[in-house]
Ligand binder design. Sequence first.
Ligand SMILES: [Zn+2]
Length: 243
Amino acid sequence: MHKITLEAEIDSQRLPCANKVGTGISCGIDSFHALALHADIKMNRHRITHLLFNNTGSHGEGAAAEKLYNERRNRIESFCTQNGFNLIELNLNIKSTFKQNHLLSHTYTSMFSVFCLQKLFSIYYYASGHTINDFTIKDTDIIDPANYDFFLLQSFSTENLKLYSEGACLTRLEKTKEVAKYKPSYNFLNVCVRTSENCGKCEKCRRTLLALDAIGGLDYYSSVFDIDYYKNNKIEYLIFLEA
Ligand SMILES: [Zn+2]
């Protein structure tokens, strides 16, 4: 690492911007919550127009990661085609060039992509994985930046581009309630951390099935989860909840 010096003429003119509105898309609860609230919002200036599939390292590394990335991309392409969203795919080499823990750096690397597109976006929603109740700026080199991206995204915003931490005031259960009202999510919800289809067994799949059950939304998602298995083995899921 070294100190960077820039020598250039100062230009304070605004960049030209198409004033579009973006958010990331993974088809998980957080990204669908951003869509549930902002895809049809009455204020035109805030209505989401573009979805960003941004590969900064969340799929892992190596051949298995590449396969997972392609499978997830195919689902996202179908979602965008069926629901009229513009899809932007960014497959960055930042994950192989700069070896760093994705969980500890995702807000920074994701915003790198968004700033590459600042002639397109005037607003970008970054779905937060933590609630504002978890907010802290202590030990920022060892904690998930989602703990403080409410602050970070305010700091990164410019006169051209406003970045919002989306959904930070809600718990995952409260977000799931909103997502269950968003019909385009029914055939596409995908939360699995193991495979491209929902396995129904990993922690995220189990948590989501239990949440959907709690809010009476289980049957909406019969095309993306094995709901019969869940219903026939509910005790297994309740034991997981207790643990
Ligand atoms: Zn799973």
